[in-house]
Design a protein around this ligand. Structure first.
Ligand code: NAD
Length: 484
């Protein structure tokens, strides 16, 4: 094993989870690179208590001082860029370029958090003669952040800098499939000067998550993962009267019109469907072609064939996930869809035990097929053909999800028509992966997000803080009136 077994990180100490262990595999070659100890409810409670003890002094520190630690943290993310990138590659299996983009994004997320003092200064108004009302933001308290396997560095950093800069202390529960990156982030936070107990990590799976949802010591829970688990966490957390924001899965539709720029559309769609091997909630999953678009599909297939597993296409997280993806393709084929580019049964030379699926494009998919409705989470694109733009919008709107949608056209009017009607939180116009950059916030609609607001950017401030309103009267002469 290349890495030491992974323990919980609680108050700067490494403490083994007591609920068994799992092997950590490299998706690239299937080898065991580490082991992770899973946590019981009691293990989680230790972390919660530690975060509670650290809360009063951290919350009392002026935000301008807290921010200084995150200026340092950003510098350290940049300093350790190569090491952090390689760690992501090993435990997640994505390409070096994709992994590096994660760390760069983490630095950008931290840069945004460093601007928090400029963003959260409250309001003050003389509300009647001699009477002032002012607003101040306070941390929610001890918060939990539960994260998925597909971005081991970036998704933790969706919550770490903003929540901590705003004065909360945290218990993070990363995916048990990729536990290594989060512990390394904990060490880097310590190096940046974060006080003991402000950031804690518990490893584990279902039992640890349930303990987080139930713990009376946790005030708010953020979750990023599948819709199935997002619903469980949202229901369980809110039934325990916690503030919960739970981001779920996705099924992103790209509407392609015949006038779209062929080269730009083909390369954007190919990158969107294959980036991170299709294992990202912003991936293109369904292309809805309006009218004659064969010329664009032909070019798209050419682009897709240039994307080679093990070279510029990363691995799938597990053997089970590879099987699930291939089953979707085979089922669609059996139901009459036409596989134009086939990535099934792909073996990378020298990495025969790795988990790979090549780019796959399936034409003539029907909206009622399972592959058209469900999240496949692999480098697979389903093409549906319609006659007009309203039929395309109807397909997009019928999805339970609503993370992202995009339109490819050279007509501004048509682009606006789709952008206004798509039922999704993030819209791309001639952009296949419309991730909003800071200070804009990240979050979907419908079953891609439960709770109010988004997880990053300005919108996250509402989630991580509560507002106090202070009304003051210093002038004894001030008039008594109807609202005194
Ligand atoms: P997942 O839902 O399986 O796991 C997410 C977290 O929940 C992990 O920490 C895991 O340990 C925990 N978990 C798993 N099963 C559980 C259960 N039964 N009860 C309680 N906790 C449980 O998701 P994943 O496979 O790690 O990640 C992929 C999913 O995440 C995809 O659906 C993807 O679309 C979604 N995702 C969404 C966004 C977004 O912004 N909306 C971002 C990234 C990933």
């Amino acid at each position: 094993m290349k890495y030491k077994p992974v323990s919980n990180y609680i108050g700067e100490e490494l403490i083994k989870g007591s609920n068994g262990s799992l092997d950590v595999l490299s998706p690239i070659d299937g080898s065991i690179i580490s082991q992770v100890f899973l946590s019981s409810g009691e293990d989680v409670e230790k972390a919660v208590q530690t975060a509670r003890e650290a809360l009063p002094s951290w919350a009392a520190m002026p935000i301008k001082e807290r921010v200084q630690i995150f200026f340092k943290y950003k510098q350290l993310l940049e300093k350790y860029m190569d090491e952090l990138t390689n760690l992501i590659v090993e435990e997640n299996g994505k390409t070096y370029a994709e992994a590096k983009a994660e760390v760069l994004k983490s630095a950008e997320l931290t840069e945004f958090a460093c601007s928090m003092p400029q963003l959260i200064s409250g309001e003050l108004l003389q509300v009647s003669k001699g009477v002032e009302c002012r607003e101040e933001r306070y941390p929610v308290g001890v918060v939990a952040s539960i994260t998925p396997f597909n971005f081991p560095n970036m998704v933790p950093n969706w919550t770490i800098p903003n929540a901590l800069v705003l004065g909360n202390t945290m218990v993070m529960k990363p995916s048990e499939l990729v536990p290594l990156s989060t512990n390394r982030l904990a060490e880097i936070l310590k190096e940046a000067g974060l006080p003991k107990g402000v950031f804690n990590v518990v490893h584990g799976s279902r039992e640890a998550v349930e303990a987080i949802c139930d713990s009376p010591g946790i005030d708010a829970v953020s979750f990023v993962g599948s819709t199935k688990v997002a619903k469980i966490v949202y229901r369980r957390g809110t039934s325990n009267l916690k503030r919960v924001l739970a981001l779920g899965g996705a099924k992103n539709h790209l509407v392609v019109l015949p006038d779209a720029n062929v080269k730009m559309t083909a390369s954007n769609v190919a990158v969107s469907m294959t980036g991170c091997a299709g294992q990202r909630c912003m991936a293109a999953s369904a292309l809805v072609g309006v009218g004659p678009i064969d010329h664009i599909i032909e070019e798209l297939c050419n682009e897709a064939r240039k994307i080679i597993p093990g070279k510029n296409l990363g691995a799938i997280i597990s053997a089970k996930a590879k099987e699930r993806i291939e089953n979707y393709i085979t089922e669609a084929e059996n139901e009459g869809a036409k596989v134009l580019v086939d990535g099934r049964n792909y073996v990378v030379e020298g990495k025969e035990n790795g988990f790979y699926v090549g780019p796959t494009i399936i034409d003539y998919v029907k909206p009622e097929m399972r592959i058209a409705k469900e999240e496949v989470f692999g480098p697979v694109l389903s093409i549906m053909r319609v006659d007009n733009i309203d039929q395309a919008i109807e397909i997009e709107n019928s999805s339970n999800y609503g993370n992202a949608a995009a339109v490819f056209t050279q007509s501004g009017g048509a682009a606006n028509y789709v952008a206004e009607r798509a039922s999704a939180g993030m819209i791309g116009v001639n952009i296949g992966v419309p991730v909003p950059r800071e200070p804009f916030s990240f979050g979907g609609w419908n079953e891609s997000r439960f709770g109010v607001g988004d997880i990053t950017g300005k919108s996250s401030i509402e989630f991580w803080t509560k507002i106090k309103k202070i009304t003051t009267k210093w002038n004894p002469e001030s008039q008594v009136n109807w609202m005194s």
